[in-house]
Write a protein that binds this ligand. Structure first.
Ligand SMILES: NC(=O)c1ccc[n+]([C@@H]2O[C@H](COP(=O)([O-])OP(=O)(O)OC[C@H]3O[C@@H](n4cnc5c(N)ncnc54)[C@H](OP(=O)(O)O)[C@@H]3O)[C@@H](O)[C@H]2O)c1
Length: 226
């Protein structure tokens, strides 16, 4: 295997490991959120999420590109780091601009696709200025994805959810580090959104504690490595 980008799964969680949206009115959780965002933008040269997390259900009329062929060749748009990577194997996401606004940054969007994407969608990405890389023919090849990121100078990829895509990387033993910002509350929900997990039964994975830090406002940062 060629050299690949390291993967840090970075999540913002309650004490019971759930999504923090249950606590959004809490001052402490809002503080934790600001710290979380700072890490998203500084832990690596790229950050990204799964298709469902990024899906704004935007509609675009692709009929103007009908019958226009398009080659399946990477179009990595160079920009300032960090890049924003949308893991979107079938090219379901639609855009009105080439960048994702996050905190103070506008991050160049790169779609991580398979070849199972229509020419129309590629024309749409070209028109908007969204970059793309092909990572597999029918199935999304995570190793190839990370190798391609590395080849573009991305040594560390910060994967920010959701649970499903985090779990897909976990299953393949491609999560090198877990970084959690834990806010001082309990969601109180049994089936709420967690940091890892898909519908299929998962197998336990062990990590080692690297750092525990009191970051103020009753929040802690936890880091685990393999
Ligand atoms: N810290 C937080 O609180 C936090 C962080 C992130 C997200 N969230 C929340 O979590 C929810 C979404 O999370 P989620 O777990 O449902 O979705 P997700 O992980 O963002 O995306 C899941 C999608 O990834 C695709 N996928 C599945 N397996 C794959 C594979 N092997 N390779 C490539 N792509 C694959 C599938 O879409 P396709 O079949 O279309 O490819 C699947 O529906 C949202 O409500 C979001 O707001 C919360």
């Amino acid at each position: 295997m060629a050299e690949r980008a390291k993967v840090i799964v970075h999540m913002f969680v309650t004490i019971d490991g759930k999504s923090t949206e249950y606590l959004e009115k809490s001052k402490d959780a809002r503080f934790g959120g600001v710290v979380y965002d700072q890490f998203v933008l500084t832990l690596g040269e790229a950050w990204g999420c799964g298709r469902a997390t990024f899906d704004s259900h935007k509609k675009v009329d692709l009929s103007k590109y009908a019958d226009k062929p398009h080659e399946k060749k990477d179009s990595f748009k160079e920009g300032n780091t960090p890049y924003c990577i949308a893991i979107d194997r079938y090219g379901k996401l639609r855009y009105s601009k080439p960048t994702m606004h996050y905190g103070p940054s506008d991050c160049q969007i790169i779609e991580a696709l398979t070849e199972n994407v229509s020419p129309e969608v590629l024309h749409h990405y070209d028109e908007i200025g969204v970059g793309y890389i092909f990572c597999g023919k029918d199935d999304f090849d995570m190793e190839l994805f990370l190798e391609k990121l590395y080849a573009h100078g991305i040594k560390t990829f910060v994967l920010c959810g959701g649970a499903n895509i985090n779990q897909e990387f976990m299953k393949k033993d491609l999560v090198d580090e877990i970084s959690l910002i834990m806010v001082p509350g309990v969601s109180g929900t049994r089936n709420g959104i967690t940091s890892f997990g898909s519908e299929e039964p998962g197998e336990p994975k062990l990590f080692k504690l690297k750092e525990v830090k009191d970051i103020g406002h009753n929040c802690v940062r936890l880091r685990y490595t393999k």
